[in-house]
Ligand binder design. Sequence first.
Ligand SMILES: C[S@@+](CC[C@H](N)C(=O)[O-])C[C@H]1O[C@@H](n2cnc3c(N)ncnc32)[C@H](O)[C@@H]1O
Length: 234
Amino acid sequence: MTDFIAVPFYDLFQENGHVPKIREKLPALLTGVTRSILEIGAGTGLITTSLADCTPAEVFALEPSAGMRAVLLSRLAERPELLERVTVLPYDALSLDLAEPVEAMVMINVMYALEPDYRKRMWPVLAERLEPGGLLAFTWSPGGAPEPRPLQELESRRVGRHTYRVSSEITSSEAEAFTARHLYQVVEGDTVIAEEEIVGSAYRPLRETIEAELTGAGFVQAEAPEGMLGWRLG
Ligand SMILES: C[S@@+](CC[C@H](N)C(=O)[O-])C[C@H]1O[C@@H](n2cnc3c(N)ncnc32)[C@H](O)[C@@H]1O
């Protein structure tokens, strides 16, 4: 599994992106969850701390990238009371290993990273480690893969005398998969002083694909807030 190269940029932009919207939805989504939650792809912990704040549950934060985990653990270290209740699992979803099944699983902005065959193998692994009737909820963008488009700036943020800038281009697109090129730049005045390019595949499965996969793994569709899908283990 490759590391998440854009780690230094991550929190700068995500606090203004999906994170506040997801945080608003969590209390209603997790009503009644009191014992245990698994977060798949916890990243730098922007959602992890909210999961712990809005429920009394024990949280298992699974994150394969060492860079992302470093920020996650730094965030937890600033909240010593959370170190009592949050366990960081340093591996990917298919390696999931828990002493007992959890009550709920949450996966925020991770689907794009899961190659279809990997994703299909993941649902039964999750089903095996979820309590009967337990909730599996994840963010959802309908409509399949986006069309190709040229490089465009997504966001920039001032950090002292520098600007951190992220641009992206979609170079090819099929029904459920696309190739994206991301450019991460640190700029001083007109000069780019650091630059990293990431080109990789991303996935946006169709609704019917996901429904077939999850139904096949024993899940039944449940209520979820807008922008998310919810499933319960039948
Ligand atoms: C865009 S980040 C989202 C992080 C966090 N959920 C959030 O919303 O801020 C995607 C995360 O998924 C993780 N990831 C990628 N593939 C994964 C896999 N197979 N199993 C678990 N996590 C994975 C990446 O390392 C990355 O931290």
